[in-house]
Design a protein around this ligand. Structure first.
Ligand SMILES: Cc1cc2nc3c(=O)[nH]c(=O)nc-3n(C[C@H](O)[C@H](O)[C@H](O)COP(=O)(O)OP(=O)(O)OC[C@H]3O[C@@H](n4cnc5c(N)ncnc54)[C@H](O)[C@@H]3O)c2cc1C
Length: 239
């Protein structure tokens, strides 16, 4: 990744999406245009802590959006990069290069497609899903979205709206630590994915797009590939 920032943008507004989770909307200079594909990320140069840190944040908005670029992130305990961003205010400038990354969806595959997001991983999945829904897909599309608590389900209204609007799309929010009131899916993401997409049938034509944090993403990848899904049909990005 190049160290030279190519873009500078001002923070136009900030939205609190959940406890310790924020979206920053970034307005590029009038002379700057950034073209990107759903799923790509930006590489931020963050000064502070005596040195400049480089941290990646996915573009949470869609290429189809006309407005500012959105990034959505959670504060990581003792994490200098996320803390730096959480200390920023409207009007502050940020420097970044990009767009980067090959975890992208330009057009939905013609077969069933399953998106799996963990936590803020939805930032990468939502623009992909929006692209896949364009033109009213005929093939089934599913989003399995795991968070700890109900309040952590980001973009929930929009995702539920898409599920109501598109018969082909099913939205499956799953809580790892639900309250007693939660009537939906609960428990271990890996176990659910195994039950639905490995044990339930022998269809291995599905495509998967997985985004989340740490080891769990690799476990999901390995589970699906070992079960017989084509290697290139199981795409993932691990933060
Ligand atoms: C391609 C790519 C895209 C990314 N896009 C996003 C994004 O859109 N939103 C976002 O919140 N983060 C995103 N990240 C993670 C982000 O780059 C930083 O790693 C994260 O903000 C932690 O940085 P830090 O300096 O605060 O903490 P560090 O001290 O660098 O902590 C690193 C540790 O935190 C873990 N970690 C990384 N991301 C998270 C997270 N979100 N929650 C909890 N633990 C985490 C890492 O696995 C690692 O163990 C992305 C990472 C990559 C590689």
């Amino acid at each position: 990744m190049p160290q030279t920032p190519l873009y500078r943008a001002a923070i136009e507004h900030i939205v609190e999406r959940a406890p310790d989770t924020r979206s920053f909307f970034l307005r590029l200079g009038a002379d700057q245009v950034l073209r990107f594909r759903p799923g790509q990320f930006l590489s931020f140069q963050l000064p502070g802590c005596g040195k400049t840190l480089t941290r990646a944040y996915t573009i949470a908005s869609s290429p189809e959006d006309d407005g500012p670029l959105e990034i959505c992130l959670n504060r990581v305990p003792d994490g200098p990069g996320s803390q730096y961003l959480f200390d920023r205010r409207i009007g502050d400038q940020l420097s970044f290069s990009g767009p980067w990354g090959g975890f992208v969806l330009d057009r939905a595959p013609p077969t069933e497609c399953v998106f799996i997001a963990e936590g803020t991983g939805i930032a990468a999945i939502r623009p992909m899903l929006r692209r896949a829904l364009e033109g009213g897909p005929q093939q089934p599309l599913a989003l399995v979205y795991a968070t700890a608590h109900e309040q952590d389900l980001l973009y929930r209204e929009q995702l539920e709206g898409w599920a109501r609007a598109h018969a082909a799309f099913s939205f499956r929010p799953l809580l790892v630590q639900p309250s007693a009131h939660w009537g939906g899916l609960r428990g271990d993401l890996l176990a659910h994915v195994e039950a639905w997409y490995v044990e339930r049938d022998t269809d291995r034509s599905r495509h998967f797009y997985i985004c989340g944090i740490g080891r769990r993403v690799l476990q999901l990848r390995d589970l699906l590939r070992t079960a017989g899904y084509e290697r290139r049909a199981v795409k993932y990005e691990k933060w």
